[in-house]
Ligand binder design. Structure first.
Ligand code: NAD
Ligand code: DAU
Length: 354
């Protein structure tokens, strides 16, 4: 069925991959990308689509209610896929205000707009709120997050995402807004901003800079290739039950140190070792831990598999190899996003490490 989809935050990491997927696979869908273009949003990542007949870009803020009214009316939006957020945990620790503004107030503003403009409309409307496994808190050595796991957010980022999930669910129960929620584990792949672990290590490793590992490097994340996440979102949009939430993950747990060592080995193999034949593993530097650092995340994605027939297609070995290839082939993209403001952020977070 043809759809007119408002994608928020479409110039960020997952949004860019999602829009590329939609325009390739859904020829009768219209995509309206609303993005504020914060430091994390990059218009160049979608330059290849700028004249695509099914694609429209609008620069703007999800907190801007009159702009949302205009977009819902003029574009006749029937579907929302809501990615826009402040997404980096470390930034939420040093500056939480933006997280409350965009993640909580922005989501509220968007829900209000959908409620207003979809009132009395048919069953075809859908509001898919993209969220994170971090709302569930931190696991011990065993167990998995299911859709029934109690919320226990522990960083300003995850608390703001948990608030937005609660608002989305409340709009379903109270107003009957056709809401779906997804809670996904750590994504990796092309176009990820190099403040996040994998692209940061690739960028530093290529330039022979130290590779900062927080604490003892034993924190565990459940890594999922971004294209698998995007396909899961389409599946939930088309087949998910209104009012339900779906956990999405890769069953692919790794310690941070395992990930960093693997990236070092792949970079050594593809770009050649450092001077004097030194491996990039020699660049690994254990640094002060993140405040409140969640120890382990792991998703039980059996509802996605049993109810919607979704399973990840890309193994970690395949996905990480593709990711390394992409970053090696797209040095100009990295250079364009690591401008002055990135250097300022890096200096503040990691000091003078070279
Ligand atoms: P990102 O930080 O790369 O991109 C966020 C995008 O939102 C940027 O393009 C930014 O310009 C835009 N944006 C920020 N504030 C805005 C505002 N007020 N109005 C309009 N646009 C705004 O984030 P990402 O990694 O692509 O994550 C996208 C979503 O997926 C987020 O909601 C995040 O919580 C969720 N998520 C991410 C991961 C992950 O591993 N990256 C995993 C699970 C869930
Ligand atoms: O779990 C899903 C979440 O994954 C998303 O909701 C977030 O938006 C996304 O940023 C990501 O959060 P993390 O905090 O897990 O990702 P990050 O890449 O920042 O860190 C991954 C792990 O690596 C984490 O345990 C912290 C550690 N780390 C990170 C950086 C940036 C380091 O050891 N060194 C670093 O320099």
């Amino acid at each position: 069925m043809a759809k007119t989809v408002l994608v928020t935050g479409g110039c960020g990491f997952i949004g860019v991959n999602f829009i590329h997927l939609l325009l390739a696979e859904k020829p009768d869908w219209q995509v309206i990308n609303l993005d504020k273009l914060t430091y994390a949003g990059n218009l160049h990542s979608l330059a290849d689509l700028s004249s695509h007949p099914n694609y429209t870009f609008i620069k703007g803020d999800i907190c801007d209610s009159p702009l949302l009214d205009q977009i819902f009316i003029e574009q006749q939006i029937d579907t929302v896929v809501h990615f826009a957020a402040e997404s980096h945990v470390d930034r939420s620790i040093t500056g939480p205000a933006e997280f409350i503004q965009t993640n909580v107030f922005g989501t509220f503003t968007l829900l209000e707009a959908a409620k207003k403009h979809w009132s009395g409309q048919g069953e075809h409307c859908r509001f898919l709120h993209v969220s994170t496994d971090e709302v569930f808190g931190s696991l011990g050595q065993t167990g998995f997050f299911t859709e029934e796991t109690a919320y226990d957010p522990r960083s300003p980022y995850s608390a703001s995402k948990a608030s937005s999930d609660h608002l989305a669910r409340a709009y379903f129960h109270t107003y009957g807004l056709p809401v779906l929620i997804t809670n996904c584990s750590n994504n990796y792949g092309p176009y990820q901003f190099p403040e996040k672990l994998i692209p940061l290590v690739l960028n530093n490793g290529l330039h022979g800079k130290e590779l900062p590992v927080y604490g003892d490097g034993g924190n565990v994340r459940d890594w999922l290739y971004v294209q698998d996440h995007c396909e899961a979102i389409v599946r939930v949009l088309e087949q998910g039950r209104i009012g339900q939430s779906y956990n999405i993950g890769g069953h692919n747990e790794k310690t941070n140190l395992q990930v960093v060592e693997l990236l070092c080995d792949l970079l050594d193999a593809q770009a050649g070792p450092l001077a004097a034949n030194k491996s990039r593993r020699s660049l690994i530097t254990f640094v002060k831990d993140r405040l409140g650092h969640d120890r382990r995340y792991a998703i039980d994605a059996s509802k996605m598999a049993n109810e919607l027939g979704w399973l990840p297609k890309v193994t970690f070995a395949q996905g990480i190899a593709k990711t390394v290839d992409w970053y090696l082939a797209n040095q100009a993209w990295i250079a364009s996003v690591t401008d002055g403001s990135y250097q300022h952020y890096y200096q503040k977070m990691y000091g003078d490490r070279s």
